[in-house]
Design a protein around this ligand. Structure first.
Ligand code: AMP
Length: 569
């Protein structure tokens, strides 16, 4: 299907999408629009953001709405407020030439009273987040017993976000003879369960192979030591003066730290994370959409449903914990046929994770070297030069000042003027990158070397942990405990020894104190955890371990005695 006319859409809708500049249907639109206009069968579509899925379900749905009937005829469920608002805005644009259609968004974090007022006016199409929809249904303010179309957008996200109970409650209240459309970027067991329990005669389509987004996104990775992550990020930003992108972090704390560092280093950046109020989030989003911010540092959760076009880059400051999140992240660039770049900053032990993502997302990463100082300076200089050459000159405005300026430049030749001007703008960069080191890491040698370097510098601290094999502790679970307590996946961990009743491990000394403090609030297999600095004299051999154990037992008895009686027994 090569044109929208062939899909059978009515003139008013064709006119609206012409206004939006849509020339031909995207693959998912070509597959879904006529299906929805011609059959009553349910439809499950595997498609991610950026494929044009909103129009794929929105255009035919709109055509089926009867404007004269004020009852709610279509319910669209979406995981986040941002996505619900985006869908509403898109639907309103599609409905521009159809009179009498009211599209109302309802979502959490905003006044329910106002939303009830909006619903009372009659909303043929309601776009809702699951929590708020359930609340309004329970209050009898949202009525869905007459809907003929139910759309579940980003169904996998809704389930990952824990909306399973809400979805079950809402779906159970919908009429039997409706058409259900389910859109999901990934196919999980839970998504299949929804389709099995609530959908009938379901046709399945997938546009993953033809996904325009994936085709236009270049996936690259830089491999460095974990401690150089931030330096890489800066170099990426400096290498691309017109960068407009999202930097994905794994935790709120990391998001705050990275954004704060970028801001203090003079970049147009800000953070978006779950600790912010809705109005703070709206403010940051507005500045990002208006391009007042070039870099938005965000967690996956905060960035869900965020729909911003024309992003040049998506930067994975840390790889996501769940493989499929990479698809969501990178799908935010390379939209509507434009080129985009998704960069993963990884350390040497993350190569396997990268391979998992490649397999799951059917993409290929290319390793690229972190740009060096000379490349960055050259790019910046050329960008600056282009800006100067292309700047519009308002002769009239500058005329009165020119004579004095010419006079000041009199003793300089044209070449010298250019050199002075470039240096004024550029010395900061040249100085910063003058002695910039090669921070690329090679897979085989670097890790051992870096650990050794740290050992020589005594940067590791050996710690004692009060659980061991008896509690089924494994090195992987220990790393999990440490990352959890520190809310970071970055800390360097050295040698790990797991013994029957307790364990020893080495950790970057800078993080040791914080870990000792924080681990006290963590539990493992029902036991309260505690960490102490191990006796520095202990080399880790069998005899010294026994000595360590004796000492430890003694010190526990001692502290116990103190706690009970206030003095040593
Ligand atoms: P979506 O996947 O619905 O988030 O759409 C991604 C972007 O593609 C949005 O900015 C749409 O406006 C745009 N878009 C959707 N369909 C088309 C089309 N047929 N031609 C050009 N752009 C489109």
């Amino acid at each position: 299907m090569n044109t929208f006319i062939e899909t059978g859409l009515q003139d008013e809708i064709l006119k609206a999408i012409q206004d939006l500049g849509y020339e031909k249907p995207t693959p998912i639109q070509a597959k879904t629009i006529s299906h929805l206009l011609q059959t009553e069968n349910d439809l499950m579509a595997l498609a991610q953001t950026g494929t044009g899925k909103t129009a794929a379900f929105g255009l035919p749905t709109l055509q089926k709405v009867a404007p004269a009937n004020k009852a709610t005829q279509v319910l669209i469920l979406a995981p986040t407020r941002e996505l619900a608002l985006q869908i509403t805005a898109d639907m309103q644009k599609f409905a521009k030439y159809i009179k009498g259609i009211n599209i109302v968004p309802v979502y959490g974090g905003a006044s329910i009273e106002n939303q009830i007022k909006d619903l009372k006016k009659g909303a043929q199409i309601v776009v809702a987040t699951p929590g708020r929809a359930k609340d309004l249904l329970n209050r009898g303010r949202l009525k869905i017993d007459q809907i003929n179309t139910l759309i579940l957008d980003e169904a996998d996200e809704m389930l990952t976000m824990g909306f399973k109970d809400e979805l079950d409650a809402i779906l159970a209240k919908t009429p039997q003879d409706k058409q259900t459309l389910l859109f999901s970027a990934t196919m999980s067991k839970e998504v299949e369960r929804i389709s099995k329990n609530y959908m009938h005669n379901t046709e399945k389509i997938s546009v993953a192979a033809e996904n325009k987004g994936a085709e236009t996104v270049e996936h690259i990775y830089h491999m460095v030591n974990a401690k150089h992550r931030y330096e890489v990020l800066k170099r990426i930003a400096d290498m691309n003066p017109d960068i407009y992108g999202i930097v994905f972090c794994r935790t709120r704390r990391e998001t705050k730290d990275v954004a704060a560092k970028l801001m203090s280093d003079g970049y147009n950046a800000d953070a978006l994370h779950g600790d912010m109020s809705q109005s703070q989030r709206d403010y940051v989003m507005k500045r990002f959409r208006n391009k007042q911010l070039q870099l938005l540092v965000a967690t996956d959760v905060a960035a869900r449903g965020l729909d911003v076009n024309n992003l040049t880059h998506v930067i994975n400051y840390n790889l996501p914990d769940q493989t499929e999140y990479y698809t969501h992240r990178s799908g935010r660039t390379g939209r509507a046929g434009k080129k985009g770049t998704s960069i993963a900053i990884i350390h040497t032990r993350e190569k396997n994770k990268l391979r998992d993502i490649e397999r799951a997302s059917k993409i290929r990463f290319t390793q690229k070297q972190v740009p060096n100082g000379a490349e960055i300076c050259s790019n910046q200089l050329m960008s600056l030069t282009d800006k100067v050459v292309n700047t519009k000159v308002d002769n009239h405005q500058i005329e009165p000042f020119l004579e004095e300026i010419y006079h000041k430049f009199e003793h300089l030749s044209k070449e010298e003027v250019i050199k002075h001007f470039v240096s004024t703008e550029f010395n900061r960069f040249l100085n910063y990158y003058k002695n910039a080191k090669d921070i690329n890491a090679s897979e085989n040698t670097r890790d051992k070397k870096s650990v050794k370097e740290r050992r020589n510098n005594h940067e590791f601290t050996r710690l004692f942990l009060n659980v061991g094999k008896k509690e089924n502790l494994t090195p992987l679970r220990l790393i999990g405990i440490i990352n959890n307590a520190l809310d970071s996946g970055n800390v360097e961990i050295g040698k790990i020894e797991i013994l029957k009743n307790f364990s020893f491990f080495e950790i970057d000394s800078k993080a040791a104190g914080q870990l000792v403090q924080k681990i006290g609030s963590e539990k493992f297999e029902g036991r309260d955890l505690s960490v102490e600095v191990a006796n520095p004299g202990n080399g880790g051999g069998e005899r010294s371990r026994k000595r360590d154990k004796r000492k430890r037992t003694k010190s526990f008895e001692t502290s116990k005695g103190r706690n009970r009686s206030g003095r040593r027994r």
